[in-house]
Ligand binder design. Sequence first.
Ligand SMILES: C[S@@+](CC[C@H](N)C(=O)[O-])C[C@H]1O[C@@H](n2cnc3c(N)ncnc32)[C@H](O)[C@@H]1O
Ligand code: SF4
Length: 407
Amino acid sequence: MAGPPPDGQPAPDDGHLPESALVRLGERGFGIYVHVPFCAARCGYCDFNTYTPSENVGSAETWLAAALAEIDLAGTVLAPAPGGLPRVDTIFVGGGTPTLLPTDYLARVVERIGDVFGLTSDAEVTTEANPESVDAATFARLRGKGFTRVSLGMQSARSHVLAVLDRRHTPGRAVQAAQEARAAGFAHVNLDLIYGAPGESDDDWAASLAAVVAAGVDHVSAYSLIVEDGTRLARQIGRGVLPMPDDDVLADRYLMADEALTRAGLHWYEVSNWAADEAARCRHNELYWRSGDWWGVGPGAHSHVGGVRWWNVRHPARYADRLAAKTSPAQAREVLGADDRRVEDVLLRLRLAEGLPLSALDAAGRAAATQATTDGLLDPAAHGTGRAVLTRRGRLLADAVVRALLT
Ligand SMILES: C[S@@+](CC[C@H](N)C(=O)[O-])C[C@H]1O[C@@H](n2cnc3c(N)ncnc32)[C@H](O)[C@@H]1O
Ligand code: SF4
């Protein structure tokens, strides 16, 4: 995970974690996220921590040396856990554009994680990939180096929508890349879509959904376009050059997605994620949603271990300098109290198809769950068995339902 940093407390220079954070390490799985902060060009809607060549933030070699050093640091910091170092269940290499780097660099990161921690026998090893930065040979190399899953940013099957989003690939290239990945032996391939871009019609969205279904992938993520402050898209909307996405349109598009994907045998397991079966789900993201433990390697990467959350400095040069000086790259951290952890748990788990046990709520929350069931937002059958599970309409209003359950 690599998002905007909240404020926090100072993080120790050696990365040391309190004993209490390590007590249950590995009991609920352990994952490593690796952030690659480079893109060929910045898409107008994106506010991720990523840099283009003209920004001169340091070389890929410097990034690699620092990422390897951070993996070693993670081994040192987590070694005192009572159960020893956990083996790694999931690795997710994300960005930015990981596939801008030589495959060998990504492989060396995975190898180092294996050397320091060891991987479980069925470890999930994902990389994100931009369709225009890969070809059939890239997928063959990635598969040969132990990657098990590929996530491709497709966004839309219509070129005018891709143009509004500043994407650099043609509509057909993402589908072709998914087919190349499957031909190279990847059983697990995801396509990311974005809906609600200015100028996108229902017909455009239906075409995007039909294209991912025809691609035969086993996983689809569909996100409503978020207009992030400070992006080119936000400025275009601010100037009135482009319209703001409309909430009713976004809701309709979500329903269209759920209907088309369900019909095609892809079932929702998180509000924005659909998978063909349990094996096709992204286990790394499930770790986040179930408040598991993970270490985030790379500039701006976020980590969470046993209720301590920290985030790295965002600038790649500062990140590399810290590691070269044998200092933790953490910018700050926060130690979550029991109440913070409960709130976060409800927030994340309610978005899952498995929902959460009503016992995770206090009395007011349980009363709100009963009301939400009457209102058609929570599933009555699940409620009868003691769980809060969103209905399709509830998924459209997930944030409001969470707020109600936490009042
Ligand atoms: C940050 S990108 C990284 C992977 C890769 N560079 C790519 O573009 O596919 C991961 C995904 O986040 C989603 N995303 C990024 N910014 C978004 C925004 N403002 N609104 C909705 N989805 C967004 C896109 O679907 C994208 O595929
Ligand atoms: S390619 Fe991906 S990470 Fe890079 S700017 Fe575009 S959406 Fe963001």
